[in-house]
Ligand binder design. Structure first.
Ligand code: NOJ
Length: 798
């Protein structure tokens, strides 16, 4: 198939989606004996060796060099003479060079002027779609539907390939347990089980288990490793954790991605227990290559090799050598490998064989992608958000919204779904009609002009029954310094920030507008472009600017309020949860934002999303996650509405001024119907530990549960399966997710759902860091959130 026709690929894109049953896509990747058979293939490796033999040292090092010849997504853009470097064979890859014209320009030089005609590999951040912008990854995780992530990835792959890109810097699989960290938006949230399921799906969607296909791209799984655990949630900060936690929690999604055949990984900016991740032989070689058998290549993050100098582990030549020896094969925009490695080899500081090995890894991926056969990209038709693309984006977005609260209002009942009863609706808030912000924080090639805003979508449904007032901006005049700090030249840069000059007046107008309506929809959140994603950590988690004042002023009208939260991280919704009857978390929904929100508000879509990340009551609880380790002084069952009266309440693990629990816990999400859970059954109540260990990942026990839709409309429930190991040699979390299933039920319908339990689900790392199963009792819960109550147990005996 030709690379040039996106249209002809459309069926290919849609077919898997149509065929997708739950988890339908994941089986093949899970059973693969080696991480990527293509990269391990004999023929391919013979081609690599033949080419390697012909290469000079400079040409070899050239294969380890990547530059950004487009816009900057980090500091120190190099601005070199790229045409000349490419002609000399000293560039392997470019990032941020997009489109047939731009990529072909450099590719012609590489193929026609360089001595060995090695094609360039073009890569870019394709995070939530390429041209067609879908919801952000955190939102996709809220769908708990890996086949949706797989679909988005494949869609992005097709569009990226049409733009000359054969490599995407996605998925980000970092576990994120602290929403102060702005990059939580790119993650699948706090949980290693959900994160691993999503990681496999992203890889499968991009790579299609076959890098040579014209509709697949190589992934770069990032950021290896433990980038999400930056101390205090501050981006680029150090990470410090036990090897046990590293293996048991943080490494799991990367491992899942490697097992799914990931062709490349990206090393992270942070240090891990004192060793920078970009010069860390333990993670990059011992774990990644020796233990996991990874045979693709590792690229550094942007400038991360040269930033090793700031980590104070040596000067330029020393850190380049340390990174290469540790296992970073390609230097992204650091401009160090290309300038100092040859000298290090010639002076005997590093054997040429280390360079050779890195070159092999890079060339393998280029061969597997078919770049030597198809180096160029045909000019395609200009992009347009056609109806089928919109339908795809809407369908995915519909699954990602989470109904956090829907309490009945006196005299009205539950506000949602909105019915014809709502004669006049006031839409208020700075995110109600802002295309750029609704697109999301990391839509590099997405175009805000395609975004359907909430205002547009509600207007379509309500006509002149819709009233509108912006109320305020996302930031105030005083916050303008934040904008200056981040307002640099990149495609999605914020260039349309115009703070409302007089907040008091606009809030008063919004209050007046609210008074004229039967119901108010408030669209609040935070600025995606300035305060979410990379380098966007926050020390507070409230609505930005004066949005909270706007909310409180509108609430004071006593009109029924539906709050739609649009943000790429869990925000502190404590006041809202206490005063607003209905809350929908809509994240950053992409081009079909308004339609997806309207679908849920009007009940055309029954919300089915569940939180992939705990929502705090207060930022001081962070990092807050459900799978906490036990404490000797648990504070469970304490009523915090009073000051501790006795030592049992005082000397426990608690805050004096806040609950321990999340405001909305992991897995939480309501529906317009209700689901009931029967008592779970277990196929065997007792099983010997040795049998579990010997089962090699095959299930030894099945837990079954009947789930019933007891309401009056059809709905989809994410049935969640949690365990707790109550007596292990190393203490284990109070709950851990070990399975989930999306189940659609008609009113009154009941389905039986089964979850397998075997070594994969029951093992943990012992004190010798070996995965094992010991005699114990596992408590088991099944339900609709991490608070699941339907309970059974499994005894593991000697
Ligand atoms: C830095 C970011 O950390 C990484 O996620 C991204 O892929 C690169 N820049 C390239 O843009």
């Amino acid at each position: 198939m030709k690379f040039n026709s996106l249209r002809s690929l459309r069926l290919l894109v849609l077919l898997p989606w149509l065929l997708a049953g739950q988890g339908w896509f994941l089986g093949a990747a899970q059973n693969r004996p080696v991480p990527n058979e293509q990269l391990a293939s004999k023929d391919l490796n013979a081609r690599v060796e033949a080419l390697l033999e012909k290469m000079t040292l400079e040409e070899k090092i050239g294969q380890l060099v990547q530059y950004s010849a487009g816009y900057a997504t980090g500091p120190n853009a190099s601005n070199l003479k790229y045409d000349e470097l490419v002609a000399r064979g000293q560039v392997s890859s470019f990032l941020n060079v997009v489109g047939a014209e731009a990529t072909n320009h450099y590719q012609h030089i590489a193929m026609e002027k360089s001595r060995l005609h090695i094609p360039l590999l073009f890569g870019q951040d394709v995070i939530h779609g390429h041209r067609t912008t879908f919801p952000v990854p955190l939102a996709l995780a809220a769908s708990w539907d890996p086949s949706a992530a797989e679909f988005v990835a494949h869609y992005g792959a097709v569009e990226a390939r049409a733009d000359g890109l054969a490599w995407v810097f996605s998925p980000m699989v970092d576990i994120a347990r602290d929403p102060r960290w702005g990059r939580i938006i790119e993650s699948s949230g706090e949980d290693p089980y959900l994160g691993s399921a999503m990681a496999r799906a992203w890889v499968k969607g991009y790579q299609q288990d076959d890098l040579s296909r014209p509709d697949s791209v190589a992934v770069s799984v990032k950021h290896f490793a433990a980038y999400g655990a930056a101390v205090a949630g501050r981006d680029y900060n150090a990470t410090d954790m036990s090897e046990l936690t590293l293996r048991q929690v943080y490494l799991k999604p990367y491992h899942a991605a490697v097992d799914a055949g990931a062709a490349t990984l990206m090393s992270s900016f942070n240090s891990i227990n004192g060793i920078p991740a970009t010069a860390n032989p333990f993670t990059l070689t011992q774990i990644l290559r020796r233990e996991w058998g990874f045979d693709g290549f590792v690229v550094s993050d942007w400038g991360a090799v040269s930033e090793l100098i700031n980590h104070s582990i040596g000067d330029g030549p020393t850190v380049a050598l340390k990174a290469l020896e540790a296992g970073v094969d390609m230097d992204m925009e650091g401009n160090l490998y290309g300038t100092v490695i040859a000298g290090q080899v010639r002076s005997g500081k590093i054997p040429e064989s280390v360079v050779d090995e890195a070159v092999r890894r890079v060339l393998r991926v280029k061969f597997a992608l078919g770049l030597f056969e198809h180096p160029y990209t045909a000019e395609g038709p200009a992009y347009d958000a056609t109806p089928d693309r919109r339908a795809a984006a809407r369908r995915v977005a519909d699954e990602t919204l989470v109904l956090l609260k829907n309490d009945p209002v006196e005299g009205v009942g539950a506000l949602l779904p909105l019915t014809a009863k709502a004669k006049k609706v006031a839409l208020i808030g700075p995110l109600a009609d802002n295309q750029r912000e609704l697109l999301g924080a990391w839509a590099v090639t997405g175009d805000p002009k395609y975004v359907v805003t909430l205002r547009t979508a509600l207007q379509e449904r309500l006509g002149d029954r819709l009233l509108y007032a912006q109320g305020c901006d996302l930031l105030t005049g005083e916050d303008a310094s934040i904008v200056k700090r981040v307002d640099f030249d990149r495609p999605m840069a914020a260039d349309d920030h115009s703070p409302v000059p007089d907040d008091a007046r606009t809030i008063a107008e919004a209050v007046d507008t609210s008074k004229k309506a039967d119901v108010v929809i408030l669209a609040l959140g935070e600025p995606a472009n300035w305060m979410e994603g990379e380098a966007a950590s926050r020390a507070t988690l409230g609505f930005t600017g004066v949005q909270e004042q706007l909310l409180e002023a509108v609430a004071a009208t006593r009109k029924p309020i539906i709050l739609v939260v649009l943000a790429g991280r869990p925000l502190e919704l404590t006041w809202a949860a206490a005063h607003v009857p209905a809350i929908v978390e809509a994240w950053s929904p992409g081009i079909e934002a308004g339609h997806a929100v309207a679908d849920v508000l009007f009940g055309d879509v029954n919300p089915s999303g569940k939180l992939p990340s705990s929502f705090p009551r207060s930022v001081g609880q962070e990092p807050l996650y459900y799978a906490q380790l036990p404490t000797g002084r648990p504070a469970a069952h304490l009523d915090l509405s009073h000051f501790p009266q006795n030592p049992q309440e005082k000397f426990v693990s608690r805050y004096m001024d806040e609950e321990n629990s999340a405001l909305f816990p992991f897995g939480w999400g309501l529906s317009y119907t209700r689901f009931s859970y029967a008592q779970p059954t277990i196929s065997r109540a007792e099983v010997p530990a040795q049998e579990v260990i010997a089962s090699a990942g095959k299930p030894v026990v099945k837990v079954g549960v009947d789930v019933r839709n007891t309401g009056s409309v059809a709905g989809t429930e994410v049935v969640q399966f949690y365990i707790r190991n109550t007596a292990a040699s190393v203490e284990q979390p109070v709950r851990e997710l070990k399975g989930f299933a999306r189940v659609t039920l008609a009113p009154g319908e009941q389905k039986h759902v089964e979850f397998p339990l075997g070594f994969d689900e029951l093992n943990f790392y012992n004190v010798d860091l070996k995965r094992t199963v010991e005699p114990t009792i596992y408590k088991i819960w099944v339900g609709g959130s991490s608070l699941a109550k339907a309970e059974t147990s499994l005894r593991v005996v000697e």
